[in-house]
Design a protein around this ligand. Structure first.
Ligand code: NAD
Length: 245
């Protein structure tokens, strides 16, 4: 049986650790060649080396137009095609409205919204010509329900939903699909930074009564990346153990 993503080439941003690394791993396991892009280029290279010959690791800052352009052209040069882009890179700068600085607000908006937009624009240039492509944007349940202390992050993640739908409508007739995933609480270095009390309180609100694992997001990404999802575009999939439904 042919692997789900045989012959496909993918880019995953923010993939040196956490959910992005799990996504890159799943895409390789399903037969794709993957460019692991991260602000931390050494960590990206180490992650790629651990995945073997099907992966390459590069430094990239998703907020930089030049860096994202170089990421896409380098990936196409290395693998000859670009079929899948996963906009996963992200940061949090949580604080109450009383304490959040303008810099905290702008940093989060810039990484998530500008970063995702730059990725969609650069990748869709290539995919439109090929008449084939799947772009998957990592939003968050925080963008659906809003979390206190995350006015910046919730706004950015809700913005990714609007961007996903607008891009999906623009690109559908070119054979390029654009979808989003809204993970709930997932066990990664990002959420390990939460206080144990906040983590436990969030976990208690999940109908499945546990946090998710990064590979439980990765499986949904592999599905959206593949032809199994060939009639899906502009969709927003909640992967949250039932939280926020
Ligand atoms: P993480 O902090 O473990 O990993 C994020 C990665 O992104 C890091 O390797 C970091 O170096 C990279 N990165 C940050 N800024 C970057 C930039 N400007 N350019 C390139 N790379 C950059 O986080 P994670 O938990 O794995 O989260 C991955 C994605 O999933 C993020 O978009 C996050 O908002 C989203 N998400 C996470 C959760 C969760 O519970 N962990 C829930 C919902 C959504």
């Amino acid at each position: 049986m042919t692997a789900l993503l045989e012959g496909r080439a993918a880019i995953v941003t923010g993939a040196a650790q956490g959910i992005g690394l799990a996504i890159a791993t799943a895409l390789v396991e399903h037969g794709a060649r993957v460019t692991i892009a991260d602000l931390d280029g050494d960590k990206a290279a180490a992650a790629a080396a651990a995945l073997g010959g099907a992966a390459r690791g590069v430094a990239c800052d998703v907020t930089s137009e030049e860096s994202v352009a170089a990421l896409v052209s380098g990936a196409v040069e290395a693998f000859g095609t670009l079929d899948v882009l996963v906009n996963n890179a992200g940061i949090t700068r949580d604080a109450s409205l009383r304490k959040m600085t303008l810099a905290d607000f702008q940093a989060v908006i810039t990484v998530h919204l500008q970063g995702t937009w730059l990725g969609i624009r650069a990748a869709s240039e290539v995919m439109r010509e090929q008449k084939r492509g799947s772009i998957i944007n990592i939003s968050s349940m925080s963008g659906k329900v809003g979390n206190p202390g995350q006015t910046n992050y919730s706004a950015a993640k809700a913005g990714i939903v609007g961007m996903t739908k607008a891009a999906a409508k623009e690109l559908a007739h070119h054979g390029v699909r654009v979808n989003a995933i809204q993970p709930g609480l997932i066990r990664t270095p990002m959420t390990e930074a939460m206080s144990p009390e906040a983590y436990a309180a969030t976990e208690a609100t999940i109908p499945m009564r546990r946090a998710g694992e990064p590979d439980e997001i990765a499986g949904v990404v592999a599905f959206l990346a593949s032809d199994l999802a060939s009639y899906m575009t502009g969709a927003v999939l909640e992967v949250s153990g039932g939280r926020g439904m």
